[in-house]
Design a binder for this molecule. Structure first.
Ligand SMILES: Cc1ncc(COP(=O)(O)O)c(C=O)c1O
Length: 486
C-alpha cells in the first residue's frame, strides 16, 4: 500500500493568520537566551556571565518578587480541605486564612477545588470581585457583569472574538502596543487601527491624534468598533491623567466605541501625583451609565504586588452590553468549560485582601510595601543608569513594570544592523544579551514610531541584582559605542 510520506500539515498549510503575528517578549531574544543558558550549563565559565537575567517579560516572581503569604495560605487550604479541621492548622495558618478558605470552599462545587465550575466563574467569588470593584470605584458593580477568566489574555481574546466579524471591523490600539492586541486582532480576522502615544509628552495620549486615526480609518471603509487603552501602560509605563481619561470617555461615547480598558497594572502605580482610576469610574463620575457607553475592564492576578502570573487568574467586567450579548459571551466562555479554580480564588483574594483588624493585615501590608519599595528603588536605579548612557534617554517611571529607553545609535551601528538584516534595536538587544546575559526586548516588538529604536526592560525587585546589573550594562554600552563610533 502506498501512502504519502510528506506531513500533510506544514508551516505553509497552517492557518496563515498564525504565521502573521509576532510576540517578541517570548520571541527571538528568549531563544537566544536559552542557547546561552545551555552553554553556561554545558561549559561553565565559557561566557563572561554566570546567569541570564530575564528582563524580557513581566514575570514578577521569576524575577524575585515574593508571593503574598495570605494568598498562598488560602490557596493551599482550598487545595487541602481536610487541613482546615486539623489542630496543627491553627499553628500553621492565620485565623483569617482558615476562615476565608472555609468560606470559599463552602461555595465551590462539592466543596473542593477540583471540579468544573460555572463557565462565568463561581457566583460567590464574582460577588466578592464586584464588591471589591464597588469599594475601589465608589460606584456599584454587579456579579452578573463579571466573568472570571484564565488571566486577562483569555478575556481580551474573547472580546476580540465577540467584536470582530470581518476584516473591516477594526480596533483602535495604542502604539507602542502590548503585542497581544495586534496578535489577537490578526487571529480573529480584524484590522488594527493604531494611534500613537507621544514620547515627548511622557507617552501621553493626545485625543486629536486618536480622532484623526478614527477618521482616516472610517474614510478607508473600516468599521471601528472599540478603542483599547492600556493604563498604566505597557511598554511605556505612563499613568494617564484624569483629563486624558475624561477625554477618552467623551470621545468613545460620542463615536459609539466600546472602551477596552486594560487595567492589569492598576496596582503598579509609583508616582505620587497620579493615581489609578478605572475607566468605569471615570465614565460614572461624568454621569454616564450602562446605556450611554460600553466599557469592558480587564484585570489580572499576574502583576501588582501579587505577581501570580503563573496562576492564570483575572476578570473582565462588562458594562453596557445587553443581556443577549452577555448570554453569547457566556456561551463563548463555556467552550473552555470554566476558568481554573486557583485563578478564580486568587482574583477574589486580590479584590478583597485582609483589612485593618484582621489578624493577617499587618503582615500583608508589610509584604505589600516591601514589594513596592523594592520595585520603586530598582526602577529609579535603572532609570538613572539608562539616562546616564551616551545616546540613551529614558522615560519617567510612573507605573506598570517596565522602562522603555530610547536608543540613538551611531550610524555605523545602524549600518552593521542593516548588514545583518535586522533593525538597530534588535542588533543592540542581542549584543547586550551576548555580552552581559541581560535579556531585554527590542522595542520594535511593540511597534513604536518607525525610525526610532527602543528596548523594553522589565523592572526586577532586589537591590543586589540591580547593583550587579548596572555596571555590566554600562560597560557593555560604552564598549558598544566605542566600537561603532567610527
Ligand atoms: C498590558 C497587558 N495586558 C494583558 C496582559 C496579560 O495578562 P495575563 O497574565 O493576565 O494574561 C499583560 C501581560 O504582560 C499585559 O502587559
Amino acid at each position: 500500500m502506498s501512502y504519502n510520506k510528506m506531513p500533510s500539515i506544514t508551516a505553509e498549510t497552517i492557518n496563515p493568520k498564525v504565521r502573521m503575528f509576532t510576540y517578541e517578549p517570548c520571541g527571538e531574544i528568549v531563544r537566544h537566551a536559552r542557547l546561552l543558558e545551555q552553554e553556561i550549563y554545558d561549559n561553565p565559565g565559557s561566557l563572561p556571565f554566570q546567569e541570564i537575567i530575564y528582563c524580557n517579560l513581566g514575570n514578577p516572581q521569576a524575577l524575585g518578587q515574593q508571593p503574598i503569604n495570605f494568598f498562598r495560605e488560602v490557596l493551599s487550604l482550598c487545595d487541602n480541605p481536610p487541613l482546615i479541621y486539623r489542630d496543627e492548622a491553627r499553628a500553621l495558618f492565620s485565623a483569617c486564612a482558615l476562615k476565608r478558605a472555609n468560606r470559599i470552599l463552602e461555595s465551590l462545587p462539592a466543596k473542593d477545588s477540583g471540579s468544573y465550575t460555572s463557565s462565568q466563574g463561581v457566583r460567590s467569588l464574582r460577588q466578592v470581585v464586584a464588591d471589591g470593584i464597588a469599594a475601589r470605584d465608589g460606584f456599584p458593580s454587579r456579579a452578573e457583569d463579571i466573568f472570571l477568566t484564565d488571566g486577562a489574555s483569555s478575556a481580551i481574546n474573547m472580546m476580540m472574538q465577540i467584536l470582530i466579524r470581518s476584516p473591516e471591523d477594526s480596533i483602535l490600539c495604542p502604539l507602542p502596543e502590548y503585542p497581544l492586541y495586534s496578535g489577537s486582532i490578526i487571529l480573529h480576522g480584524g484590522t488594527m487601527v493604531p494611534y500613537y502615544l507621544t514620547e515627548d509628552n511622557g507617552w501621553g495620549l493626545e485625543i486629536f491624534e486618536v480622532k484623526r486615526c478614527l477618521e482616516d480609518a472610517r474614510a478607508s471603509g473600516l468599521t471601528v468598533r472599540a478603542m483599547v487603552v492600556i493604563n498604566p501602560g505597557n511598554p511605556t509605563g505612563q499613568v494617564l491623567s484624569m483629563t486624558s481619561q475624561e477625554e477618552i470617555v467623551e470621545f468613545c461615547r460620542k463615536e459609539g466605541l466600546v472602551i477596552l480598558a486594560d487595567e492589569v497594572y492598576q496596582d503598579n502605580v509609583y508616582t505620587e501625583n497620579k493615581k489609578f482610576n478605572s475607566f468605569k469610574k471615570v465614565a460614572r463620575s461624568l454621569g454616564y451609565d450602562q446605556e450611554d457607553l460600553s466599557v469592558v475592564s480587564f484585570h489580572s492576578v499576574s502583576m501588582g504586588y501579587y505577581g501570580e502570573c503563573g496562576r492564570r487568574g483575572g476578570y473582565m467586567e462588562i458594562c453596557g452590553f445587553g443581556s443577549e450579548v452577555i448570554d453569547e459571551i457566556y456561551k463563548l466562555s463555556s467552550l473552555t468549560i470554566c476558568p481554573n479554580i486557583a485563578g478564580q480564588i486568587l482574583i477574589s483574594l486580590i479584590m478583597d485582601p485582609p483589612k485593618l483588624g484582621d489578624e493577617s493585615f499587618e503582615t500583608f501590608m508589610t509584604e505589600k510595601e516591601e514589594t513596592y519599595s523594592s520595585l520603586l528603588k530598582s526602577a529609579k536605579t535603572l532609570q538613572k543608569a539608562f539616562s546616564s548612557l551616551e545616546g540613551v534617554s529614558c522615560n519617567k517611571f510612573e507605573g506598570a513594570m517596565y522602562l522603555f529607553p530610547r536608543l540613538r545609535l551611531p550610524p555605523l551601528a545602524i549600518r552593521a544592523a542593516e548588514l545583518e538584516g535586522v533593525s538597530p534595536d534588535v542588533f543592540y538587544a542581542h549584543r547586550l544579551l551576548g555580552a552581559t546575559g541581560i535579556a531585554v526586548v527590542p522595542g520594535s516588538g511593540f511597534h513604536p514610531v518607525s525610525g526610532t529604536s527602543h528596548i523594553r526592560c522589565t523592572i526586577l525587585p532586589g537591590e543586589e541584582k540591580i547593583a550587579a546589573m548596572v555596571p555590566r550594562l554600562r560597560a557593555f554600552h560604552e564598549a558598544f559605542m566605542e566600537e561603532f563610533r567610527g
